[in-house]
Ligand binder design. Sequence first.
Ligand SMILES: Cc1cc2nc3c(=O)[nH]c(=O)nc-3n(C[C@H](O)[C@H](O)[C@H](O)COP(=O)(O)OP(=O)(O)OC[C@H]3O[C@@H](n4cnc5c(N)ncnc54)[C@H](O)[C@@H]3O)c2cc1C
Length: 416
Amino acid sequence: MRYSAYSIFKQAFSGNRLWTPAWREPQPKTHYDVIIIGGGGHGLSTAYYLAKEFGITNVAVLEKGYIGSGNVGRNTTIIRSNYLLEGNNPFYELSLQLWEGLEKDFNYNAMVSQRGIVTLFHSDSQRDDYARRGNGMRMHGVDAELLDREQVRRMMPYLNFDHARFPILGGLYQKRGGTVRHDAVAWGYARGADQRGVDVIQHCEVTGIRRENGVVVGVETTKGFIGCSKLALAAAGNTTTVGRMADLDLPIETHVLQAFVSEGLKPVIDHVITYGAGHFYISQSDKGGLVFGAGLDFYSSYAQRGNLQTVEHTMEEGVTMIPGLSRAKVLRAWAGVMDMSMDGSPIIDRTPIDNLYLNCGWCYGGFKATPASGFCFAHLIARNEPHHVARFMRLDRFERGYMIDEAGKGPQPNLH
Ligand SMILES: Cc1cc2nc3c(=O)[nH]c(=O)nc-3n(C[C@H](O)[C@H](O)[C@H](O)COP(=O)(O)OP(=O)(O)OC[C@H]3O[C@@H](n4cnc5c(N)ncnc54)[C@H](O)[C@@H]3O)c2cc1C
């Protein structure tokens, strides 16, 4: 079924009884050309592009919970491509370009909203740093603008300019950044993949990876053994546990990240704003809730829930930046488990096992990467060679000493 204004009109006259399910609920086949572990944004987009761009349709996505139950449905929905390093910038820019055409491409309303993102700076040295980043972006053909204090004040008069411990001096503005309705992304990719013949199998946990003569032949699951010619890992926060099933010791630590949403308010924040003096980011959803978050919980965990001390810290940062926030009530909080890599950048690569492919290390920035990650991972699986924008995202870069340390924080995963 194709979604269109006409289909909405037609359904309205039939009492909305003719809508069909967005994807099937298939039983697993005995063998697939490609199995993808993880029905998050990255696993589903990989399946979608494998089918659409490379004609590989005998594919299964195995998801232990339901589609969207992982980080793809838990993030704060921010998209941007304001990266400095060559290993990152072209990749995230490809992602932003794919976001720009995504809804047409997969015929689904993902509520892509390019409302602009402003990263605030609070000192002269930080201004220099952001000017450098902005110039780097522009040299890659990416839009960037350095705003002074008065320009930021005109755009966001509700920020605390004058009485803060770290007064706002300006901001780095990327107009094309913004937000996307996160779980709609999972649903849109699932539907698009399903329409092209991919089996999206929910409530099917992978419990083991079977190898014969050093090659993966399939996976043990809660629905029985399923054979495959190629196996792709896209398990995000569970990467290390799934990797261990194939005796892979990966340069990943899993950490908790929380997010919050306030009660619905009238429109007040019409951009995405990031606080430069700490780590706090906020936007307003179309329902009116202020959606915000801060840093990690600072201990490793696989639990999808966080600690009170981080809640307090997040609120403090928020109120420092926007004093009016103290009047809003927080409605909900939740957490996700982040696959933090040692240099803060992702891995899209083959593994030492020939037919086993790896997609991980998204830290807390992998939502914006969803389209490019799926596109490049599908390219790697189909052609056995990296896509050129993901050519630096190799697993062996840690051995070779070629880090992509965007934040300059060294091998300390919880600081990236
Ligand atoms: C609170 C929070 C805020 C964030 N904010 C942003 C943001 O604003 N912008 C941004 O770019 N990024 C953000 N992120 C990061 C982003 O959400 C993640 O990097 C990205 O979603 C990870 O990829 P994914 O969607 O494939 O992960 P997931 O949705 O977690 O997918 C992995 C899937 O694998 C499944 N799985 C695991 N093990 C198995 C198994 N053994 N068998 C079968 N299935 C398995 C899991 O159930 C899960 O559904 C945020 C994350 C969180 C938690």
